[in-house]
Structure formats: structure tokens, C-alpha cells
Design a protein around this ligand. Structure first.
Ligand SMILES: [Zn+2]
Length: 320
């Protein structure tokens, strides 16, 4: 039962009114009439791209191989714990807020949504809105929404390439144009839109205002580098590390089992931020990976490594 090999997931391209017409150099995808704003990397509907499970939906792999994929501690999980996306905003995204776990459960969902953004690209002047200005009250937020002035109550934070930004549930937030972000979030559908710059999409004011916390822990996270590995963020839901793989044909060990000595290492999500190479595991064909690809290494896989054919930057995401 515990036999599952690493696999690459095929990205799922989602149309968004704030998106772009061209995803180069990240994805070789022909955008139709409607712009693409989100590329889902680990969505329930993403398709396995290689190996014995090729053609299956990620949700089906989760349903049939939960323990091999995630380890025994996730036996009662209803869905894969994390959703990863690449965001391509050409215009501002709506100002929104996600509920925490407690409020989500009141609405019949298992999880709220805490998330983080890693800046894969950032143009000069790019910024995100993270939380309310100090001292702002709930009444002021409500009044600002009604007078179309919510943007002025938000703290705008400049973004540079390589920044990691933590956005905990309850933080009012928005993403501006000029960035490409790798988003890692709790796999939850719960988003309340508070303000949309006059665009005709639905708002969720009552629930949204309830979900807003006036003060949160959101902000840029200081990276901690130790050799080739940099810890970008650690929260109760996810941990993200960045690895710099040097020169050509250098194999790097990512085995969690070797690091913590336990039988189960937990699932690992491997995203290629630059360069290209292959993921190798014992007895399996190498899985080629290039910029923008996501590979899933199931918890039951004990022995694997990355082989770079050129310098690579890899982000490894672990559910916590
Ligand atoms: Zn969000």
C-alpha cells in the first residue's frame, strides 16, 4: 500500500480579470481571450504528469493514497493541506481577508486560510497591502469601504525579488501589479472580498468585517541562511526553504528521513524558481523539472535527490 513515486503536477491555468496575456518566461501557454491570473500548482484538479499515476487528478491520488502521500498524521484530512499557486497580476487584486480556522469551522469548513507569498519577480515600485494602518478601527474600515477609500487605510509594503511575505488569516490584504508571486496557502476556499476598486464583482462585507483582525503578524519575514539552505518562513501551517544548487550535475540530498531519523518524513513540494534539472528517486526514471514546475515527493519516498543541469533555485514547501 505504501508505494508511491514522486510525480510532477501539470499546472492549471485560471482566467482572472486582473491577469496577464503572456506568462513567459514562466509558462509556455497560449492565453486565449481572457487573461490568466493564477496558475494552480497543487490544486485538487491538477493532473499527474508522469509515472504510474499519470493522467489522474491530484485529488484522486490524495483519496486513494492518503497515508503514503502524507504520512499517518494526516489520516483524517479532508483534502491536501496546502494549495500552491503562481500569481500574475497585471492590475490590482481585490482587497480581501480570509477567516481563521475557528471562523471557518463555524461555516462548515475544516480550515481557514493563512498564506505566504514569495516574490519570484518584482518591478521597481511594486507593493502589496498588508493589514491596516496602526490605530484603525473596525468602524473606520466599514466607513472607508462605503466611501471607496479603503486603500488609504491599508499599509502598503514595497516588494523586492526574493522577499517572503507572511499573511496570516484575518489580515486585510491586496496584491498590486508588477510582481510574480508564488503563493502557498492552507487549502481552503474561504475568501471575503471587501473592496474591488469599483469592479462589478460581488463583495462579502458582513462576513469579511467579522473575519478582519485589526492587528496581525503579517509582514516580510527575515530569511535565515545556513549553507545552501535558507529558511524563508515557518508557521503552524507551512514551512518554506530555499535551496541554491550550484554548478552542473551536483546532486543534493533532501531526504527528511535522514535529517530527523524518523520513518516518515512527510510530503515535500518542490518548486523550481530558476534553472532546470531532474528529480531522481531509487528505481524510478528521472523526472525533468524546469522553472515553474512543481514536483510532489510523497512521504513514503525515503531516498531521492535533485540533479541540476545548471544552477538552480528550489523552494521546498512542507505542510506543518
Ligand atoms: Zn489571500
Amino acid at each position: 500500500m505504501l508505494t508511491l513515486s514522486p510525480f510532477r503536477l501539470r499546472p492549471w491555468f485560471r482566467t482572472r480579470i486582473w491577469g496577464v496575456q503572456n506568462l513567459a518566461p514562466w509558462y509556455d501557454y497560449k492565453v486565449g481571450d481572457e487573461p490568466i491570473g493564477e496558475v494552480w500548482l497543487s490544486g485538487d484538479d491538477c493532473i499527474v504528469d508522469n509515472g504510474p499515476l499519470a493522467g489522474q487528478k491530484f485529488s484522486a491520488v490524495f483519496d486513494q493514497h492518503r497515508e503514503a502521500l502524507l504520512g499517518p498524521e494526516y489520516a483524517d484530512a479532508e483534502r491536501f493541506p496546502l494549495l500552491m499557486k503562481v500569481l500574475f497580476p497585471k492590475e490590482k487584486l481585490s482587497v480581501q481577508v480570509h477567516p481563521g480556522d475557528a471562523m471557518a469551522r463555524e461555516h462548515g469548513e475544516q480550515h481557514g486560510k493563512t498564506e505566504c507569498w514569495y516574490a519570484l519577480e518584482a518591478e521597481p515600485g511594486a507593493a502589496v497591502a498588508l493589514g491596516l494602518r496602526p490605530g484603525a478601527t473596525r468602524e473606520e474600515v466599514q466607513a472607508a469601504i462605503q466611501s471607496n477609500a479603503l486603500e488609504e487605510l491599508l499599509q502598503w509594503v514595497p516588494v523586492r525579488k526574493g522577499d517572503m511575505i507572511f499573511v496570516d488569516a484575518g489580515t486585510v490584504h491586496a496584491i498590486g501589479p508588477g510582481v510574480v508571486l508564488l503563493e502557498t496557502q492552507q487549502n481552503s476556499d474561504m475568501t471575503y472580498r471587501l473592496y474591488d476598486y469599483g469592479r462589478p464583482r460581488e463583495l462579502h462585507l458582513e462576513e469579511g468585517l467579522k473575519a478582519v483582525r485589526l492587528q496581525t503578524d503579517a509582514g516580510k519575514v527575515e530569511p535565515r541562511t545556513n549553507g545552501k539552505k535558507t529558511l524563508l518562513v515557518q508557521s503552524s501551517y507551512f514551512r518554506v526553504d530555499r535551496y541554491a544548487l550550484s554548478a552542473t550535475n551536483v546532486a543534493e540530498e533532501f531526504s527528511l528521513h535522514k535529517q530527523n531519523g524518523s520513518e516518515f518524513g512527510g510530503v515535500q513540494l518542490i518548486f523550481v524558481a530558476s534553472g532546470s534539472g531532474a528529480l531522481q528517486s531509487k528505481g524510478e526514471a528521472p523526472i525533468p523539472l524546469r522553472r515553474g514546475d512543481l514536483a510532489v515527493v510523497p512521504a513514503c519516498v525515503t531516498d531521492w535527490s535533485m540533479v541540476s543541469t545548471e544552477p538552480m533555485e528550489i523552494l521546498r514547501v512542507l505542510p506543518q
